[in-house]
Design a protein around this ligand. Structure first.
Ligand code: FAD
Length: 387
């Protein structure tokens, strides 16, 4: 079916697409049900993806990356999200494009050598810790503190809903170096898992995305050397907002791609099953609903590509990226509802992939900036200005 060839993808992108597709077919599909059941996939999969060159797509060549473009990342994301589960892609994409990106962008050459290189080979896994039990949308109000003490910073506080909590070796952590300041008081730190005082308080049980390890972290007098500060002190909020553009674009792409798979599964089902002497697909009300879904999904995909194009140009892309995440995730949730409905009772059964999709897709309008926050950004950055 139609999946939008565009001017953005070259032959190199399509060759890479084939490689990722092969990997998903041969090395993910056969195991994904088991990993979902066990609520974790093996950490060795990162090594395998490192060997295949999947973990450093846009990272610098001097640290083992491929210095590719955003379209390579989107190809990777689109194909990975075809695995009929969003848990594994969430973990992997948090590692590649939502956390290690902080090191690639703002790390010193020593930090890149020490931390980024093994992340690209898959020997080390990365996580990003911003959200706290007191709130995630209002990033400037985080309460975790980092107090300078001699040649160290001492971190106290907690983080919640952190992806890769079980597998991660290194956490990029946001903390207040000036607790009386709001956004300007935030700095980013690299915290290694085995640092005394740092612990995984709990692996959280979720509605969906089971193969992704989400947890709650506690910091009790966690002493990190001064050279584990990422970038400049007080610039953390800016770095987080900058990183959010990648994160949200990828979230939009993940939602659209997973929804595309669910739509295709539903097309297959409605063309096979018969009621009242004809295929369900041949009831016009059904085919029209499928046409609506295909149309809205295509619009969401093209908006995502447009936002990626703005991001690639280096211009401020926050409005376009927020629109892509808002629209893409809303459409994907709508598609999930319809796909379950068109499967009838089978859509409610675990043996059908749309059941998992329905649960997995729900978090996309919440995580990494909720739909409401996307609207706030569109209003403030895009609409409330002189025309
Ligand atoms: C599966 C999953 C994985 C995640 N992974 C990570 C991770 O790796 N690292 C990390 O740091 N965080 C992670 N998060 C956290 C996620 O980013 C937050 O859940 C999100 O930012 C929302 O924060 P909150 O849950 O505290 O909700 P709140 O901020 O408490 O918001 C609750 C509700 O109020 C609405 N709301 C808040 N403010 C406004 C406003 N101004 N106007 C209108 N409505 C508003 C929100 O939209 C939401 O609907 C993850 C979350 C999930 C579900």
């Amino acid at each position: 079916m139609l999946t939008a060839p565009t001017r953005f993808f070259t032959e190199d992108h399509e060759i890479f697409r084939e490689q990722v597709r092969n990997f998903v077919t041969k090395e993910v599909h056969p195991h994904i049900d088991q990993w979902e059941e066990e609520a974790l996939f093996p950490k060795s999969l990162y090594r395998r993806m490192g060997e295949l060159g999947f973990l450093g797509i846009r990272h610098p060549v001097e640290y083992g990356g491929s210095a590719g473009d955003i379209w390579m990342t989107l190809v990777f994301c689109e194909e990975l999200c075809r695995c009929r589960a969003l848990g594994l892609p969430t973990s992997v994409l948090v590692h590649t494009d939502m956390s290690s990106t902080h090191i690639a962008r703002n790390g010193t050459s020593e930090q890149k050598e020490h931390y980024l290189r093994p992340m690209i080979t898959g020997e080390a896994v990365c996580a990003i810790g911003v959200t706290e039990p007191s709130g995630g949308s209002d990033v400037a109000s985080i309460r975790t503190t980092a107090v300078k003490d001699g040649d160290s910073y001492v971190i106290n506080g907690s983080k919640i809903f952190i992806t890769n909590s079980v597998h991660a070796d290194v956490f990029c952590v946001a903390a207040k170096t000036d607790k009386d300041a709001q956004a300007r008081g935030i700095s980013m730190f690299l915290v290694e898992r085995d640092t005394p005082g740092f612990s995984l308080a709990k692996k959280l049980d979720k509605m969906g995305c089971h193969s992704s390890d989400t947890g709650e972290l506690v910091f009790e007098d966690v002493r990190v050397p001064r050279h584990n500060l990422l970038g400049q002190e007080g610039k953390g909020f800016y770095y987080i907002m900058q990183n959010f553009q990648d994160e949200r674009l990828i979230a939009a792409s993940m939602a659209v791609s997973a929804a595309q798979q669910a739509l295709e599964d539903t097309l297959t089902y409605t063309r096979e099953r018969e009621t009242f002497g004809k295929r369900i697909f041949d009831h016009q009300v059904v085919s029209h609903r499928l046409a609506d879904m295909a149309t809205e999904l295509e619009a969401a995909r093209q908006l995502t590509y447009y936002a990626a194009d703005v991001l690639a140009s280096g211009r401020d892309c926050s409005t376009e990226v927020s629109m892509a995440k808002l629209y893409g995730c809303n459409v994907a949730n709508k598609v999930a509802y319809e796909c379950v409905q068109l499967h009838g009772g089978y859509g409610y059964m675990k043996e059908f992939a749309v059941e998992r999709f329905y649960r997995d897709i729900r978090q996309t309008t919440i995580a990494g900036g909720s739909a409401e926050i996307m609207k706030e950004i569109i209003v403030k950055r895009g609409l409330d200005r002189d025309l």
